[in-house]
Design a protein around this ligand. Structure first.
Ligand code: COA
Length: 416
């Protein structure tokens, strides 16, 4: 099966999560991704949170599948020379070093463009170029705070809250992947490479755009009718945290099911979609609510929405989250069980679709990872193991024309 990105060569100068998530995606789709790592240590995540002594940590293996690993000390003259050769024949260079690191290494955008005017240079930084914080190093949670997610997540009587979803890291990597593919299409038209930059703050904010919508609505009318604060609580001049509220015309909440007293995940998310009001009432055994003016519009329900949720919870009390969803799905009600990582790991549908995959690894044995969430009719991306540190150094150097003796010499000076 031909993969769409076959023939695209990518220098993967990324580490931790944001950059590696981007290049892993491109590798699944066929790009030849060569991860350049510091000799001896490599990507810091190889060693972080290890569960098996002396074997690459899952943090690394789950973000670096389908890649090659080339060890190269790019601060040494010999290493720079190898990197320059690689640059001359690559299509893309992706990096997510701290601000200025690539320039300090001697590979500014101008220099890269001079070495290979057709190459796309893609970067992740915490903040965009020229931003008053553009000198800051940034990790996931910092980005969630800077991008508006933390101030709008959690409960109104608690502190700003971080999401477990990697909104700052993997999300930024996905934005960068879109940027790279766009620049590759652009290059087909112009013959020129370009710089593609994505900031973690911008990527988080992009996912929080409905909260910027709410800020403007709040400033205009002074309240937000779909938030739990309405109509009984107070609004300030900033978008509040709304707990587990759903947005707009689809109020929803996380509701207790049978066993919640002992199982912290015995819950479903229940959405009251306007057009499903009648089926909801039928499912709950409350036909009298269907035409009751105190219940039959979203506006009428909102003042006593928590009383409605309590009624639904009473109905859920003798049903597990799975039993409840099996009933509610027959009434076309948007809902889902709150699934744990254990349940997801063992979900037969996710296994069948290739979203959860088991990957054999030379040192670890097999491990589970999340495969491509994007499905194609003509291609099923196959996930292969992440490389061992420097596993492909000889192969890549030989491909660049280095002889066995020259490779030996590079090892002698510890450049690879
Ligand atoms: N050979 C020689 N040196 C190498 C190298 C190699 N193969 N690969 C990296 N290095 C050097 C760099 O040149 C740099 O050195 P310098 O600071 O002396 O110029 C250093 O290693 C890497 O620095 P940095 O990227 O700042 O690492 P850090 O561990 O201090 O910071 C981050 C980590 C993630 C905070 C930082 O990289 C960052 O802010 N990145 C941008 C935002 C981002 O992607 N964050 C999310 C990560 S999930």
């Amino acid at each position: 099966m031909t993969k769409p990105l076959e023939g695209i060569k990518i220098i993967d100068f990324t580490h931790v999560q944001a950059g590696p998530a981007c290049t892993q995606l491109l590798a699944w789709f066929g790009a030849d991704v060569i991860k350049v790592e510091r000799p001896g240590s490599g990507d810091v995540t190889r060693n972080q949170l290890r569960d098996i002594p002396d074997a690459d940590a899952l943090y690394f293996t789950m973000l670096n599948s389908n890649k090659k690993s080339l060890t190269l000390d790019t601060k040494k003259a010999e290493g720079k020379e190898v990197l320059e050769k690689l640059i001359r024949e690559s299509d893309v260079l992706v990096e997510n070093f701290g601000p200025g690191a690539l320039d300090r290494m001697g590979f500014s955008w101008e220099r890269l463009n001079e070495l290979n005017p057709k190459m796309i240079v893609a970067s992740v930084k915490g903040f965009s170029d020229g931003h008053h914080y553009d000198d800051l190093k940034v990790y996931e949670n910092v980005a969630q705070c800077a991008g508006g997610a933390a101030s709008t997540t959690g409960f109104w009587d608690g502190p700003p809250t971080i999401s477990a979803a990697a909104l700052g890291d993997s999300n930024t990597g996905m934005h960068l992947a879109i940027g790279i593919l766009t620049a590759l299409l652009g290059r087909d038209k112009t013959g020129k490479g370009q710089k593609v930059a994505v900031s973690m703050q911008d990527s988080v904010l992009n996912l929080c755009r409905v909260k910027l919508r709410d800020q403007q609505r709040l400033e205009r009318v002074g309240y937000l009718e779909e938030y739990p604060q309405y109509p009984h609580g107070e609004f300030s001049d900033v978008v509040p945290r709304g707990g587990n509220a759903g947005g707009g015309g689809q109020p929803g909440w996380v509701l207790k099911c049978k066993g919640w007293e002992t199982d912290p995940n015995a819950y479903i998310y229940f959405t009251i979609q306007g057009h499903a009001w009648e089926p909801i009432c039928k499912a709950l055994g409350k036909p009298e609510w269907i035409n009751d003016p105190a219940y039959n519009t979203a506006e009428a329900r909102q003042p006593h929405i928590f009383e409605i949720f309590k009624t639904i919870e009473a109905w859920l009390a003798d049903k597990t989250k799975f039993e409840a969803v099996d009933i509610l799905r027959r009434f076309d009600i948007p809902c889902a069980p709150v699934l744990t990582m254990k349940e997801l790991a063992n979900d037969p549908s996710l296994r069948a679709s290739g979203t959860i995959v088991e990957v054999p690894h030379k040192k670890r044995g097999s491990y589970l990872t999340v495969g491509s969430p994007i499905k194609f009719s003509d291609m099923k991306p196959q996930v292969t193991a992440s490389p061992l540190l420097g596993e492909h150094t000889d192969e890549v150097l030989a491909g660049l024309g280095y002889s066995q003796q020259e490779i030996f010499n590079l090892r002698e000076v510890k450049a690879v």
